[in-house]
Design a protein around this ligand. Structure first.
Ligand code: ITT
Length: 207
């Protein structure tokens, strides 16, 4: 996956027919999940050019998702889909939130920092939030949806799957962290899964 991401714009798996849809993410974990949600649609999925970086200056997940989708659409003159997401921890007043990706240099450092900031705090309540936006080639946003997944932050990592904060995000109903779940289960119940569940029927109608 990393190899694919380092290439410039290129085709991904998916339909070979239909309009091109640029998947506007530089995060390989997200890319894999977005591809899985989009795989049966009649769109030709295309990678964002590796050197096209969008500055996330928005004040909300929605603003950032729209920014990324719009700017990638305009730069590539194609339809584009973007996701802005993050982990909000109640006891940290919503942090890392919008800054989830910038909380540390690597997934491991981000997890270590979050566990350090929380310390022995008894309130471990948290939620993952995801907004997905789709832009036309002229940059206009045509679809947007939001998904939330409630859970708790563990005291240490558990599980090998997923990416990002998955090993410390525990979902009580499943008695598993995101990293312990089979990918299909995470895809169904996650913040991203919920956002895509709302978006996909509308995307089918667009086509
Ligand atoms: P793009 O903007 O290029 O898509 P990014 O990683 O910078 O990639 P965001 O700004 O949306 O994306 O940051 C979201 C961060 O939140 C991401 O880097 C992860 O650390 C975390 N995150 C989001 N969804 C997650 C998930 O399903 N599991 C674990 N961590 C997740």
């Amino acid at each position: 996956m990393d190899g694919e991401m380092s290439s410039s714009e290129g085709s991904l798996e998916g339909s070979l027919t239909g309009q091109r849809l640029v998947v506007a993410t530089g995060n390989p974990g997200k890319l894999g999940e977005m591809q899985a949600y989009l795989k049966d649609l009649p769109w030709q999925l295309v990678l964002k050019p590796a050197d096209l970086e969008i500055e996330e200056t928005g004040a909300t997940f929605s603003e950032n998702a729209c920014l990324k989708a719009s700017q990638v659409a305009i730069s590539t003159n194609n339809w584009a889909i973007a996701d802005d997401s993050g982990l909000m921890v109640d006891a940290l007043h919503g942090a890392p939130g919008l800054h989830s990706a910038r909380y540390g240099a690597t997934d491991r450092e981000r997890i270590e920092r979050l566990l350090f900031e929380l310390g022995n705090e008894a309130n471990r309540v948290a939620q993952f939030v995801c907004v997905v936006a789709i832009a036309r080639p002229d940059g206009a946003i045509v679809l947007q949806s939001k998904g939330i997944c409630p859970g708790e932050i563990l005291y240490g990592p558990r599980g090998q799957g997923g990416f990002g904060y998955d090993p410390i995000f525990y979902v009580p109903e499943q008695d598993m962290t995101f990293a312990e779940m089979p990918a299909e289960l995470k895809h169904t119940i996650s913040h991203r899964g919920r956002a895509f569940a709302e978006l996909l029927p509308q995307l089918r109608q667009l086509d």
